[in-house]
Design a protein around this ligand. Structure first.
Ligand code: GLU
Length: 705
């Protein structure tokens, strides 16, 4: 498969970093997602999580390459500038929309399980799963890598340039070194111990025991040599050659069982996309072995039954239904989704209108459903399948990378690519500078479910590269990293654009949530306290501290004008670069989330979930606890009720209410836990019964058509 080509020389590594203007954006054309008053590109555009990777893609586009050529260059560059997230030691899903043929192609270069692996791979001697920290940094965590063959295949089938040419920017970055940006510095510092575990990676990223800092230069001469060999020999160097030998040796040295035969047998697969409509748009997303497309679409289909603009973005009504839709969809994900080459997946059933309508009946407009179970999508398929065991383990959220490209012909690429956790397994191939993935830990550690480890199988992914088409025209490409949170990020960004008509950049930065199961909700800064209080009163439970979720990169192609726009996330140094100028900016660092240091006088918990009050809203006076009136009523689910006769003031105009008196009159059992200084409020509500379909008809937001 080796193909030689011209040597590409990067004209400049420097990228002008311009912060996007904080304009009040509104849609100017008929298409959502399009910003007003912002320059556009017309000759191609890249949105990636690192400016130098975006630049590699932009340069390939300006040399006449198509979106696939640019995507290949971005991936090879990411291997160097963002080595903790993706590279030729990992795998990914590349989704392409080919304008001329009006066709979607997917190249699945997901890692596979080595032939010698067994369902018990991650069980310790005691029969219990080996703790994640240990099992993901061991040779057994390394799946047979697919990215290099994926990129090479994409170029051969859908590109116009060769691997050698598109690898040149990456070689130059590795040879000359690149400045460590704030994101890379943070990821190195957070993972220093893991990088040092097997030695080789530590020497590159934590030289002399000191993690590389922002502004220092990351030089990777060994990786540069490897990439030069890749440029000369193509993927053979990995699947049949010296790099493959070195990978196998290192995987075995670190406890794994990968063989040369596993590399020889590795295949990139073309997959049929998952397709569904959402409010008239065609959403085309990743099929198994990813759970992404089906789960994104199940969430969207459930939400399609509601009038979201009427609810308002991030309103309590919206978020409550979204959380419930996520619970239902993630429950189905755990029960039914796996590598389709090994297990039948109810693709049709899961998105069947009748199934969706039945699932939606599990959403009570007032209370969290505490008893969500997987549904039976096989009912809507001709071929029935028994339900396998559903393992309850969830791994820590990983981080990978997503980028999107549109070229001047209107071809789109959405590419999510990974080595699983940050810095993958932490294992670097000695002498070659390649980080190896820990994708095997995306299998269930416990055998018995559809996603158990099996030889040559691909672990279940959540990666959701997604394209949106309208009337058969290319409109949008997006995706995100973040393990299972990917699905939530992609679904919310799509609703932000399509329902709430936010321009793409705003849609990406809008605060989001993630909740895969009752009751815990992860939330991003910016989600209002009022919404969190009210949602807690409905039975949800918010993580104590905000956290950033995902890292979305998206592009919009306004096919009515030929203009191109992009959005990049600010949780890394995301960048949007247009070929003909126009869009050209780098995301400033997202505000750091501070750990609260103030000691609250007391806490309030409702059915075990903390109500998120802040210091000035709580008063403790003569052994009686008071909460700011409006906030207390929100947290108790009694918004707007009149308790004015109990109002108390503490010197200012703010009205407070005594917690016990108000809560008891609302039917709560009230206890004081002196040890933790917490008011414990308990009230049974229909949450406890869950499940059945008796609420839906009263919903004022229902769309009945
Ligand atoms: N291993 C993850 C998956 O395939 C991707 C890495 C991440 O972002 O967590 O779903």
């Amino acid at each position: 498969m080796t193909r030689r080509g011209n040597v590409w020389t990067a004209s400049a590594l420097a990228v002008t970093l311009v912060v996007a203007p904080a304009t009040a954006w509104a849609a100017e054309t008929g298409l959502p997602g399009v910003p007003t008053g912002q320059p556009a590109a017309t000759q191609g555009l890249v949105s990636a999580s690192h400016p130098l990777a975006a630049e590699a893609g932009r340069q390939i586009l300006s040399q006449g390459g198509n979106a696939v050529d640019a995507a290949a260059a971005v991936q090879m560059a990411l291997n160097v500038v963002e080595p903790m997230m993706s590279g030729i030691g990992g795998g990914g899903f590349l989704m392409i929309y080919l304008k001329e043929q009006n066709k979607v192609a997917i190249l699945d270069s997901r890692e596979t399980a080595p032939g010698k692996s067994t369902p018990q791979l991650f069980l310790g001697r005691d029969g219990k799963p080996i703790p994640f920290a240990e099992r993901h940094t061991n040779g057994n965590a390394v799946g047979v890598p697919g990215t290099l063959l994926g990129v090479e295949t994409a170029l051969a089938k859908y590109g116009t340039m060769n691997l050698s040419l598109v690898t040149q920017p990456a070689i130059r970055y590795a040879d000359e070194g690149v400045p460590v940006n704030w994101a890379t510095a943070k990821y190195i510092a957070d993972n220093a111990a893991k990088l040092q575990k097997w030695g080789t990676a530590g020497a590159v990223f934590v030289p002399n025991g000191q993690p590389l800092k922002e502004g220092e230069t990351l030089k990777q001469p060994e990786l540069a040599n490897t990439l030069k060999r890749v440029a000369e020999q193509g993927s053979d160097v990995l699947y049949e050659g010296e790099l493959g030998d070195a990978i196998v040796a290192e995987v075995q040295r670190t406890g794994g069982m990968m063989t040369k035969d596993d590399l020889l047998r590795y295949q990139v697969k073309e997959r049929e996309a998952v397709r569904g409509t959402y409010r008239g748009y065609e959403v085309v997303s990743m099929s198994p072995p990813s759970s992404g497309g089906l789960t994104v679409l199940e969430i969207l289909k459930l939400m399609e039954g509601y009038n979201l603009p009427k609810m308002g973005n991030n309103s309590t009504d919206y978020l409550h239904r979204l959380i419930e839709a996520m619970h239902l969809s993630y429950a189905d994900r755990a029960a039914y989704l796996a590598d389709e080459d090994f297990r039948a997946v109810p693709r049709k059933g899961l998105l069947d209108d009748r199934y969706i309508a039945q699932r939606r009946e599990g959403i009570n407009p007032n209370y969290a459903n505490a008893a969500v179970k997987p549904g039976d999508p096989w009912k809507y398929e001709e071929r029935k399948q028994p339900l396998a065991a559903v393992p309850q383990t969830e791994n820590p959220t990983g981080q990978t990378t997503h980028f999107s490209v549109v070229d001047k012909a209107g071809n789109l690429v959405a590419y999510t690519t990974t080595i699983e956790q940050v810095f993958g397994s932490g294992i670097m191939v000695p002498g070659y500078g390649v980080m190896l993935n820990n994708e095997m830990t995306d299998f269930d550690a416990v055998p018995g479910g559809v996603n158990q480890v099996e030889p040559y199988k691909r672990p279940l992914s959540s990666m959701s590269p997604t394209l949106v088409l309208q009337d058969g025209k290319p409109f949008m490409a997006l995706g995100s990293p973040g393990g299972p949170t990917i699905i939530a990020s992609v679904a919310q960004t799509l609703m932000n654009v399509i329902d709430f008509r936010m321009p793409i950049q705003e849609a990406i930065l809008a605060p989001g949530i993630y909740s895969s199961a009752y009751p815990t909700v992860r939330w991003e800064p910016g989600l209002t306290q009022d919404a969190r209080l009210e949602l807690t009163s409905k039975g949800h439970s918010f993580e104590e501290q905000a956290a950033y979720i995902g890292n979305v990169q998206g592009v919009i192609f306004d096919y009515t004008t030929g203009k191109m726009y992009g959005g990049a996330d600010n949780t890394r140094q995301g960048a949007v670069l247009g070929v003909d100028g126009g869009v050209n900016w780098t995301a400033p660092q997202a505000p750091v989330i501070a750990t609260p240091t103030v000691q609250l006088p007391f806490k309030v918990k409702r059915n075990g979930a903390s109500l998120p009050y802040s210091l000035g809203q709580l008063m403790l006076q003569d052994g009686t606890s008071y909460v700011e009136a409006e906030k207390l009523l929100l947290g108790l689910g009694a918004k707007g009720q009149n308790f004015s006769k109990h109002f108390v003031h503490f010197g200012g105009t703010t009205q407070y209410l005594p917690v016990r008196k108000v809560a008891e009159s609302l039917g709560y059992l009230v206890e004081w836990d002196a040890k933790t200084a917490t008011v414990l409020l308990t009230k049974e509500h229909p949450t406890a019964i869950g499940g059945a379909g008796k609420w839906y008809s009263e919903d004022e937001f229902k769309i009945t058509k």
